[in-house]
Design a protein around this ligand. Structure first.
Ligand code: ADP
Ligand code: ADP
Ligand code: MG
Length: 461
C-alpha cells in the first residue's frame, strides 16, 4: 500500500524533518501535539494538527491510546514515531498495525528482539558480529554476576537490558563497587524502563563510538557507511561526524559488513543503526546495541551519501523495495553535526528554556540547520533540550571544520542559552582537529581545556 497520509507521533526538530520528507513525497501530514506544544513549528507546517493531551509526555506523546485515537480520527495511512518517545515501543508498533495502519519502522517482533539489549547481543553473536566480553544473558543475582566479573575482570559496566538515551549504565571498578551498584541499578532500571533486567559488559577504555547506518526492506539490506559519535557527555552524543576520520579501511569494511550481516539475520525492515565500540589500540570492534529507528545524527550520513533516509524509511514502510543498491552508495566528503541544546555550557549545562528573541541561521554551500526554532517561539520546559542541529559538509574534514566554525559564528539564537559556545570551542580545538578522541575525551576536556577556550570566545565577542 502506498502511504498517502502520515501522522507524526513526535515533536521538535524531528517532527519538522519528517514533515519535510513527507511533503517532498506528496504525502498529507497530521501532527499530534501536547497542550504545551500548540505553537511548535511542526504544528504550523503540517496539514492538520491534533491536541492529544497535557504537557507531561506520559499523558500525551507516550500515551498509545491517545496517538492511535488521533490517527483514527484523521484517517491517516501511517504513523512515523521519530526518535525517543514511542519509537522503540513494540506494543505501540503492534497497536498501529492492529488499528489497520502502517508503522514506519520495523515489525513489532524485530523491535522487541533488538530493543532488548541482551537479546540483541545474542542476535549479533548468531550473525558472527563480535560483542563486548560480558554476560551471555540477563544476570539475575549478585552470585552469578560475581562469577562473570571474575572471568572478565574490572572495570565492568552494569547495563539495563531495556536502557537507552545514555541512562541505566553504571561502572564498577571493584567488587565492593559492584555489590553496591548492582541492586541499585536493577531498582532504577525497573523504575525508568519498567524492566529491572541487567547485563554486564567489560569496560572498553579509550574506545571510539562508531555506528553503522543500515536500511532494509525485509529481503535485502544495505549499509550507508559509518558515523563517529565519540564526543559524548554523560553517554549522550554531543557532536557527530561521517565518516569516522581515522578508521582504517579494512576495519571500516568489516564493520559495515557485520552490520549488514546482523540486519540480514533478522530480515530487517526500515532504517536502523548498529552501534559499536572500536578499540584503536587492539584494532578490535565490538557490537553494543541496535537502534531500530531514525537517529538524531542521521543527517551526517545523508550529507555524505546523498540518500534521504527519512524518505527512504517512509517508502519502505509503504511496501517498496530499497531504492538504492549497495554498490551505488558512495561516501563523498565529510560532514559534522553539532547538537544545539537549550543549555548553558558556562553553568554546567543547566537547561534554560525561554523565548527566541532573535534567530539568524547561517546559509551557504554545505550548511544545513535542522531545527524547531522560529523568532518569537517559547521553548517549553517539559521535554529534552535539543533545539536543532547544525550540520556542515565539505570535501575534506579540514575544510569541514573551517566551514563549521564560520557557520557557528553565523548562527545567532538570542533569548536563551545554547551550546553554540561549546561547539565553537570544540571546532577550534587542536585535538579535535586531529580527530584524536574517544568516548571519555569530552568530559575531561570540559574540565581541562574548555574554561580557557570559553573565556577567549567571550573576550573575542
Ligand atoms: P541517538 O542514538 O539517535 O543519538 P539518543 O540516544 O540521543 O539517540 O536518543 C534520542 C532521543 O531519544 C533522546 O531524546 C533520548 O533522550 C531519547 N531516548 C532514547 N532512548 C530512550 C529510552 N529508552 N527511553 C526514553 N527516552 C529515550
Ligand atoms: P544507550 O542505549 O543508552 O545508547 P549504549 O549501550 O549505546 O547505551 O551505550 C551508550 C554509551 O556508553 C556508548 O556510546 C559508550 O560511550 C558507553 N559505553 C557503552 N558500553 C560500553 C562499554 N562496554 N565500554 C565502554 N563504554 C561503553
Ligand atoms: Mg546507544
Amino acid at each position: 500500500m502506498t502511504i498517502r497520509s502520515l501522522l507524526i507521533a513526535n515533536r521538535g526538530e524531528i517532527a519538522v524533518r519528517i514533515i519535510r520528507a513527507a511533503k517532498a513525497l506528496g504525502i498529507r501530514t497530521v501532527q499530534v501535539h501536547s497542550a504545551a506544544d500548540s505553537d511548535m513549528l511542526a504544528v504550523k507546517l503540517a496539514d492538520e494538527a491534533i491536541d492529544i493531551g497535557p504537557p507531561s509526555a506520559a499523558k500525551s506523546y507516550l500515551k498509545i491510546e491517545a496517538v492511535i485515537a488521533a490517527a483514527k480520527q484523521s484517517g491517516v495511512d501511517a504513523i512515523h514515531p521519530g526518535y525517543g518517545f514511542l519509537s522503540e515501543n513494540a506494543a505501540f508498533a503492534q497497536a498501529v498495525e492492529d488499528a489497520g495502519m502502517i508503522f514506519v519502522g520495523p515489525k513489532p517482533e524485530a523491535i522487541s528482539l533488538l530493543g532488548d539489549k541482551v537479546e540483541a547481543r545474542k542476535v549479533a553473536k548468531r550473525a558472527g558480529v563480535p560483542t563486548v566480553p560480558g554476560s551471555d544473558g540477563r544476570v539475575d543475582s549478585v552470585e552469578i554476576a560475581r562469577e562473570i566479573v571474575g572471568k572478565i575482570g574490572f572495570p565492568v559496566m552494569i547495563k539495563a537490558a531495556a536502557g537507552g538515551g545514555g541512562r541505566g549504565i553504571r561502572i564498577a571498578e571493584t567488587m565492593e563497587d559492584f555489590e553496591r551498584h548492582f541492586p541499585q541499578a536493577s531498582a532504577e532500571a525497573l523504575a525508568a524502563f519498567g524492566d529491572g533486567g541487567l547485563y554486564i559488559e567489560k569496560v572498553i577504555t579509550r574506545a571510539r563510538h562508531v555506528e553503522v547506518q543500515i536500511l532494509g526492506d525485509g529481503e535485502n539490506a544495505v549499509h550507508c557507511f559509518e558515523r563517529e559519535c565519540s564526543l559524548q557527555r554523560r553517554r549522550q552524543k554531543v557532536w557527530e561526524e561521517a565518516p569516522s576520520h581515522l578508521l582504517p579501511e579494512n576495519v571500516r569494511a568489516a564493520l559495515c559488513a557485520s552490520a549488514v550481516a546482523l540486519a540480514r539475520e533478522v530480515n530487517y525492515r526500515g532504517a536502523g543503526t548498529v552501534e559499536y565500540l572500536y578499540d584503536e589500540v587492539s584494532g578490535e570492534f565490538y557490537f553494543i546495541e541496535v537502534n531500530t529507528r531514525i537517529q538524531v545524527e542521521h543527517p551526517v550520513t545523508e550529507m555524505i551519501t546523498g540518500i534521504d533516509l527519512v524518505a527512504e524509511m517512509i517508502r519502505i514502510a509503504g511496501g517498496e523495495k530499497l531504492s538504492v543498491r549497495q554498490e551505488d552508495i558512495k561516501v563523498h566528503g565529510h560532514a559534522i553535526e553539532c547538537r544545539i541544546n537549550a543549555e548553558d555550557p558556562s553553568k554546567g549545562f543547566l537547561p534554560g528554556p525561554g523565548t527566541v528573541e532573535k534567530l539568524v541561521v547561517p546559509e551557504g554551500e554545505g550548511i544545513r540547520f535542522d531545527t524547531m526554532l522560529y523568532e518569537g517561539y517559547t521553548v517549553p520546559p517539559f521535554y529534552d533540550s535539543l533545539l536543532g542541529k547544525l550540520i556542515v559538509w565539505a570535501e575534506t574534514r579540514e575544510a569541514c571544520l573551517e566551514r563549521l566554525q564560520n557557520a557557528l559564528r553565523g548562527l545567532k539564537i538570542k533569548g536563551l542559552p545554547t551550546t553554540v559556545p561549546l561547539h565553537l570551542a570544540l571546532a577550534g580545538d587542536p585535538l579535535v582537529a586531529k580527530a584524536d578522541f574517544h568516548t571519555r575525551f569530552l568530559e575531561s576536556w570540559l574540565e581541562t581545556d574548555f574554561p580557557a577556550a570559553l573565556a577567549a570566545l567571550e573576550e573575542a565577542a
